[in-house]
Design a protein around this ligand. Structure first.
Ligand SMILES: NC(=O)c1ccc[n+]([C@@H]2O[C@H](COP(=O)([O-])OP(=O)(O)OC[C@H]3O[C@@H](n4cnc5c(N)ncnc54)[C@H](OP(=O)(O)O)[C@@H]3O)[C@@H](O)[C@H]2O)c1
Length: 333
């Protein structure tokens, strides 16, 4: 079976498809025929050696997907051959088959396609955890989302609207703003390439603030960091919570800490991967609520592009070009 391998850290083009024997599940694993696998920002970083941890080489990228159970290990009780499932795995989702510990596998809710099932666990799981456990969002809160048309950003917008918040979506282009309005953003800010000097930063902050009906946001969701973070933080309201989610724009920003004092504000870290291991039961409840919202059509994960699995290298490159809207999914025939 075919699987994408990273043999050395470096340019995305160095990734290589290899043919290996079909993997054999251990007693606690299931073997899944992969139908769909979703791309996430860390896929782009990890193969270049730029992620927060570096797996030993060679390794197989891809964490999230969906497919059909082909074989089960002897300790696995809750799955059988032929079940439609979605999974989170440490490695190896960009492949024809994958062995996953049964703990990371769930049945696909009825009426959900392989593409959708493959695509929402990480984005919606992260944003749900960020907004509910870390941000303690409530009806009527005002939320600013940066990078609001990306994977986690659009999920944050979608969930926050379902929970009754007012949402201002900030993005780099008019096209991305249009998508956010389709997802019921109450207002948008288009920041182009971003503020690079002091004046532009001040103007950006003033614009963000002007879009808040309360004169400052209860919550700010930041998956991009870099030059956007400080002006965004300056638009926070009294006792606001600033959710640190990621640094897709490049640099890890440094904030003058007195800004937190002046607003009685909190800087709140979000680390979904760690949360899923440390607080498994709460994560399980989160996923159940996400599935419920999905079945009630209160949320609507967006897949903007699909590619054949063999085009994974092109698809991963797109992440670094700011080319992703919602989610991109790779499909096996
Ligand atoms: N903390 C956690 O638990 C957690 C979990 C999942 C993901 N993350 C992090 O969240 C961030 C976003 O992940 P994602 O999967 O949503 O990624 P994505 O779908 O590629 O979206 C990233 C967004 O960042 C913006 N961006 C700004 N500068 C960029 C640049 N130079 N290159 C690419 N995008 C840029 C883009 O929007 P504009 O063009 O509109 O600016 C884009 O929509 C990543 O840093 C990821 O590692 C964190």
């Amino acid at each position: 079976m075919k699987i994408l391998h990273c043999n050395e850290y470096g340019p995305i083009e160095n990734l290589e498809w290899v043919d290996i024997d079909s993997p054999i599940p251990n007693d606690d694993e299931v073997l899944i025929t992969v139908k769909a696998a979703a791309l996430n920002y860390p896929d782009y970083l990890i193969v270049q050696g730029l992620y927060q941890f570096k797996p030993p080489l060679p390794f197989a990228p891809g964490n999230e997907g969906a497919g059909i159970i082909k074989k089960i290990g002897k300790n696995v009780k809750n799955f059988k051959q032929g079940d439609r499932v979605y999974f989170m795995a440490p490695y190896g989702a960009f492949a024809e088959e994958i062995c996953v510990n049964a703990f990371g596998v769930s049945h696909i809710p009825t009426d959900i396609s392989f593409e959708i099932a493959a695509s929402y666990q990480m984005a919606y799981g992260t944003s749900y955890h960020a907004l509910i456990q870390r941000g303690e969002i409530k009806e009527g809160d005002e939320l600013l989302v940066l990078g609001a048309s990306g994977g986690v950003g659009l999920a944050a917008l979608d969930i926050a609207k379902a929970k009754g918040a007012r949402v201002v979506a900030a993005v780099s282009t008019d096209e991305k703003a249009k998508i956010c309005l389709e997802y019921k953003a109450d207002d948008t800010v288009v920041y182009g390439k971003g503020p690079k000097d002091k004046e532009a930063s001040k103007a950006f902050s003033t614009e963000l603030k002007s879009k808040s009906l309360k004169g400052g946001y209860d919550l700010i969701y930041d998956p991009i960091g870099d030059c956007y973070a400080e002006p965004a933080f300056r638009s926070i309201g009294w006792k606001g919570r600033y959710l640190v989610v990621g640094f897709a724009a490049g640099e890890i920003p440094k904030l003058p800490i007195n800004l937190a004092l002046l607003k009685g504000a909190s800087i709140v870290g979000v680390f979904w991967g760690s949360f899923t291991g440390r607080e498994m039961n709460i994560n399980h409840e989160n996923i159940q609520d996400i599935n419920l919202m999905l079945s009630r059509k209160e949320i609507k994960p967006l897949i903007s592009k699909t590619y054949p699995m063999q085009n994974a290298i092109d698809a991963i490159s797109m992440i670094g070009n700011r080319g992703v809207i919602g989610k991109v999914v790779l499909l096996n025939n």
